[in-house]
Ligand binder design. Structure first.
Ligand code: DOR
Ligand code: ZN
Length: 433
């Protein structure tokens, strides 16, 4: 397939150009490539004044396959990803069975390739069965067909400091990344909401900021001593920002992500017991969201990752303490980033390309993603209409699960097309699946 993209601005700035895509690559860029449209085999994407970005990369998704396909599977999750502008996602290991061996990680990779809408990179578990005690054979998963490059027990913390130390040592020898869900479990027993007056008023057990920050600080020090890289999942507090900033200033190889929901939402939403507001780590306070936004703008936090965590209605729309933690994220991430970062002037579209594509691709060491928008580069591309608005309706999202905290929220910016290696995987809100 060849594709002619007409009238875009690269990173939303500079001259309006046409971009011609052939053989999976950007083949030509020029002020007017209309002649290319004469070929009957060329798909034309008219995108006047729209923003061309490198395809988005998500370091943190839960696609639920294998094991909980009633909530999401690789096909529905891939469609949500493509519609959200993503060309690569990392699927967390907390599936059933756990992705702690090449049997599972190679299946996830192969199924993603078969669906063909987005590269689904499996994340391998750090410990067998997410049990927290015995390290997995990371080397075998890294050497398998999936070429696993990131490991995490996400959903759970690698809480034992000696296990985490050994994991960092093992990973650094392999050149792979450990991503930590930072939660000291002794401080979060029964916790379901941010520790503060709002949780107290509702009689919900609180989750203190220190549960996250203590692990972030500990792991920064362990990474320092191991000479290893460590990545912090879903940073949620102003204190985490301060610790990451300090660690980077020491030269520690630490990176961090923030979710769209921790940028936009805070615990003022807890006016009742709506399970859609339950997520781990919990929604914090407005002072935390402000610090997270500023840290993303300043580069202290490296990237946005969705933590797309689908759950069926019977698992979410129930008593707050019984509701499973997690929110849909893939199809709304770009718009939430536009709302929280672009509209207030904290990031321009060049900056969005950095935090949603280039930086995550660099952190995961993906060679073919987050590339410059130049001739000869792989055509992993996202086209965004920055002027459009839309209203989120959970039932219309591609995910198998439909509950979303953004229900009926009007958000700026729409993804008008996504291309994976030159093939259109989403167009005007529709994906081929
Ligand atoms: O809210 C969350 N949901 N946080 C996690 O760490 C795990 C995730 C899930 O798997 O549902
Ligand atoms: Zn997590």
């Amino acid at each position: 397939m060849t594709v002619l993209i007409r009238g875009v601005r690269r990173y939303g700035a500079g001259d309006v150009v046409d971009v011609y895509v052939a053989d999976g690559q950007i083949a030509e860029i020029g002020p007017d490539l209309s002649a290319r449209a004469d070929d009957a085999h060329t798909e034309v994407l008219d995108a006047p004044g729209q923003v061309l970005l490198p395809g988005l990369v998500d370091l943190h998704t839960h696609l639920r396959e294998p094991g909980r396909e009633y909530a999401e599977d690789i096909e529905t999750g891939s469609a949500a990803a493509a519609l959200g502008g993503y060309t690569a996602v990392f699927a967390m290991a907390n599936t059933t069975p756990v992705a702690d061996s090449p049997v599972v990680t190679d299946h996830v990779w192969a199924r993603g390739q078969q669906v063909g809408l987005v590269d689904v990179h499996p994340v391998g578990a750090v410990t067998v069965g997410l049990g927290g005690t015995e390290l997995t054979e990371m080397g075998m998963m890294a050497a398998g067909a999936a070429g696993v490059r990131m490991f995490s027990d996400d959903g759970l913390c690698v809480a034992d400091p000696l296990v985490m130390r050994r994991a960092l040592e093992y990973a650094s020898g392999l050149g792979v990344l450990i991503a930590q869900h930072a939660e000291e479990p002794r401080l979060t027993v029964g916790a379901v909401a941010h520790e503060g007056p709002r949780a107290a008023r509702l009689g919900l057990t609180g989750w203190p900021r220190a549960a996250e920050e203590a692990i972030v600080a500990r792991d920064a020090l362990l990474a320092r001593d191991a000479g290893a890289r460590v990545h912090i999942c879903h940073a949620s507090t102003a204190g985490t920002v301060e610790i990451v900033k300090w660690a980077k200033a020491q030269g520690i190889a630490i990176t961090a992500e923030v979710t769209p929901h921790h940028l936009l939402l805070d615990d003022s939403r807890l006016t009742g017991y709506d399970g859609r507001n339950r997520v781990n780590p919990p929604l914090r306070e407005s002072s935390d969201t402000a610090a997270l936004r500023q840290a993303l703008a300043d580069g202290v936090i490296d990237c946005v990752a969705t933590d797309h965590a689908p759950h069926a209605d019977h698992e979410k729309c129930c008593e707050f303490a019984a509701a499973r933690p997690g929110m849909l994220g893939l199809q709304t991430a770009l718009s939430v980033v536009a709302e929280t970062m672009v509209v207030p002037g904290l990031l321009d579209w060049r900056g969005v390309a950095a935090v949603m594509s280039e930086n995550p691709a660099r952190i995961a060491r993906l060679p073919d993603q987050g590339r410059p928008l130049e001739v000869g580069e792989p055509a992993n591309l996202t086209i965004v209409d920055p002027e459009a608005h839309w209203t989120v309706t959970g039932a219309q999202l591609a995910s198998r699960s439909a509950n979303t905290p953004y229900e009926q929220l009007r958000l700026p910016a729409t993804v008008t097309a996504t291309l994976l290696r030159g093939t259109i995987t989403a167009r005007n809100g529709k994906s081929p699946v």
